[in-house]
Ligand binder design. Structure first.
Ligand SMILES: *Cc1c(COP(=O)(O)O)cnc(C)c1O
Length: 394
């Protein structure tokens, strides 16, 4: 079905940060399948794990014990400071699990119409509950009636959240991204998550963070919340978790970890041996090669280069650039006007980028970039914005 207006290119093979199309043309990948292939393409450790597991056991269902799922749960809860994990197959499903968990938490407290607070500009997925939680009319339009039980608040606005605490009843949880991805790489103030945590503690709300895009080292820490001083009750993961093998996870700690009882939630494929083997290989590789620290270093390198070219000059390109934001390898270059055409222009030059929220060039390159590859991405993006600015001026 025509759910995508696709770019005119088809890739045949990849290696590291590079892709080749069916005419043999080479592209540098600064989007990683939308924050999925953090280890780049065809990573040997992941390929070996998938092959070995495929030759051993692909799937048995969650009716039985799954050793690889157990191991993955232990690794993820260790890294995130959580207690338990539920596995599914995508980001939307991970958020569905979190939303169900929050509702059940409310019903267990005799709140008959539990409400989850969500943010303007957020993105949580395309299923009915997650598109209802998403703060974008474009995602929702045409799919009403929306799922009830969400209350919207401005992002990065603690006062607005405090007003909800004062004026609304039935709130059981907040669901937020630590950095808004689709919303335009929006980074909240340093004290925002700590403020959310304090209010959640005071009100008895669950603090739930959608780490589907920010997770698995992308921001220069294992998880986005680790840039703050606090730990949420629930986090959701997917995208980068298994480098392209579909998987999602909902992690929880404390009381939140014991809300689901047998029969409350399920997934046929979720956490099967194949997907979990790939995810275990991702975690082992990120740790062995110290790629989380490397993501932080690369992100700083790229943002510094981009700022030097696009904000610290008198040229048209600097007038057009209204801000450059980055947390690790989640980088947004905000322009003062819609710039979707840059995606096609970059493609012609052999670079894969993305434009989100209409005016924000978004870069989500793999964590395995060399310095030279990082410099090349920054250089090409700066050239693209410069050419765009001059054309707009003319
Ligand atoms: C991509 C994304 C999702 C949805 O993930 P799917 O795997 O496409 O369902 C949810 N939340 C955030 C923050 C995302 O970036």
């Amino acid at each position: 079905m025509s759910t995508y207006s696709r770019l005119p290119v088809t890739f045949e093979r990849g290696a590291g940060a590079w892709l080749w199309d069916n005419a043999g043309k080479q592209y540098l990948d600064a989007i990683s399948g939308v924050a999925v292939c953090g280890l780049g393409h065809a990573h040997p450790a992941v390929a070996d794990a998938i092959c070995a597991q495929a030759r051993t056991l692909v799937h048995t269902s969650n009716l039985y014990g799954i050793a690889k799922q157990q191991q993955l749960g232990e690794q993820l809860t260790r890294l995130a400071g959580m207690d338990k994990a539920f596995f599914c197959n995508s980001g939307a499903e991970a958020n569905e699990a979190a939303i169900k968990l929050a509702r059940l938490y409310g019903h267990n407290k005799d709140i008959s119409l539990p409400t989850v607070v969500v943010a303007e500009g957020s993105f949580h997925g395309r299923t009915l509950a997650t598109l209802s939680a998403t703060g974008s009319r474009k995602v929702q339009a045409g799919f009403e009636p929306l799922v009830r039980g969400f209350l919207r608040v401005a992002y990065n606005d603690l006062e607005a959240l405090h007003n909800i605490a004062k004026n609304s009843s039935g709130v059981v949880a907040v669901l937020l991204e630590p950095v808004q991805g689709e919303g335009g790489v929006v980074i909240p103030d340093d004290d925002y998550l700590a403020g959310v945590r304090a209010l959640c503690d005071q009100q008895g709300w669950l603090m739930m963070l959608d780490e589907v895009q920010t997770g698995m080292g992308r921001t220069g820490r294992w998880f986005g919340f680790q840039h703050s001083s606090v730990t949420p009750d629930v986090i959701t993961l997917a995208k980068g978790l298994a480098n392209g093998v579909p998987i999602g996870a909902c992690l929880a700690r404390g009381a939140a970890a014991d809300i689901f009882k047998p029969g409350n939630h399920a997934s046929t494929f979720g956490g099967n041996p194949l997907a979990c083997s790939a995810a275990l290989a991702v975690i082992a590789t990120l740790e062995k090669n110290q790629l989380i620290a490397r993501a932080a270093e690369l992100g700083e390198r790229m943002v510094t280069a981009l700022r030097a070219r696009l904000t610290q000059c008198d040229g048209a390109e600097c007038k057009l650039t209204s801000g450059i934001r980055g947390r690790g390898l989640m980088i947004g270059i905000e322009l003062d006007r819609p710039c979707g055409e840059l995606v096609g222009k970059a493609l012609e030059r052999g670079l894969l980028i993305n434009v989100t929220a209409e005016r924000v060039v978004r870069l989500l390159p793999p964590l395995i970039l060399s310095d030279a590859e990082a410099d090349r991405i920054a250089e090409t993006v700066a050239e693209l914005v410069t050419d765009f600015a001059r054309a707009e001026q003319a």
